[in-house]
Ligand binder design. Sequence first.
Ligand SMILES: Nc1ncnc2c1ncn2[C@@H]1O[C@H](COP(=O)(O)OP(=O)(O)OP(=O)(O)O)[C@@H](O)[C@H]1O
Ligand SMILES: [Mg+2]
Length: 285
Amino acid sequence: MPAILESLGVPYTGSNSVTLALALDKAKTKQILVSEGIPTPSWQLFPTPTTRLNTRLGFPLIVKPNREGSSKGIWRESVVGDEASLRRQVARIYERYHQEVLVEEFVDGTELTVGMIGDDALPILEIDFSPCKGSGEFFYSWRMKEFQGDASLGLAPAFHCPARLDAQMAARVHEMARRAHRALGCADFSRTDIRLRADGTPFVLEVNPLPGLSPLDSNFTAMTTAAGLSHHALIQRIVELATARYSQTSQTARPACAGTTRDDGSVPAQEPASANRLVASPVAP
Ligand SMILES: Nc1ncnc2c1ncn2[C@@H]1O[C@H](COP(=O)(O)OP(=O)(O)OP(=O)(O)O)[C@@H](O)[C@H]1O
Ligand SMILES: [Mg+2]
């Protein structure tokens, strides 16, 4: 949709099509994070099901589709402790999703997610899976998201917002999310998923430039609620940020579009809008 709106010149809220495409590709996102010095788990992309495992990676590993969301293709069995299980999961993802597979070191620790509105980081949300032990699910798998809150299935994690972190760690995690948001070129809002390893090292898993904003059950709105922001105020803020962004862009873009100076110092008249459209060339006789 953003790509269509861009081609039509229709303003919209949130990140542009380039950021959305980049963030959908987890491996590309990780390359950008690394280039910005933002820690992310070590990984390897499997472009084919028979790609050889780089021995630099240490088990346990997590196997996931490179370009999905909502934990699609992420099951309890996706965390693997040996190469035979890894091969099984890689094959399973190829079969179902027909795309490259991302193999990543599993960060055992605390699950955190951080919402950004403009340059402001929201209170950190911690998702604690310890109440889900009976279900055998121990991280944010597809099943955990699909049936979240169903205590009869043992899929009711505990949410803490703000997260149970000391002030120094909270500031560090906030700064990571802010840097990840900027590195991907996110606009207006985003949500960065982070895992805090047991030794206290935070790692960015991915950046979501289009997180769910449902007032009923989205993690983003759990954070805005904790910040004392109503859903109405959240939407209002997003629209304000986008409006400010568009008015800035049109002010800086206008002189370049309208008046490129010629070598002799004169300014060509502004071309009519139709001049930007593709016009079929006359056929040569
Ligand atoms: N390297 C990792 N170490 C530990 N847990 C991980 C790792 N990668 C993924 N996970 C677990 O799997 C979950 C889903 O992974 P990820 O965020 O990459 O997928 P997604 O489908 O893009 O999610 P979203 O619904 O946020 O778009 C994480 O929230 C986390 O619980
Ligand atoms: Mg995620």
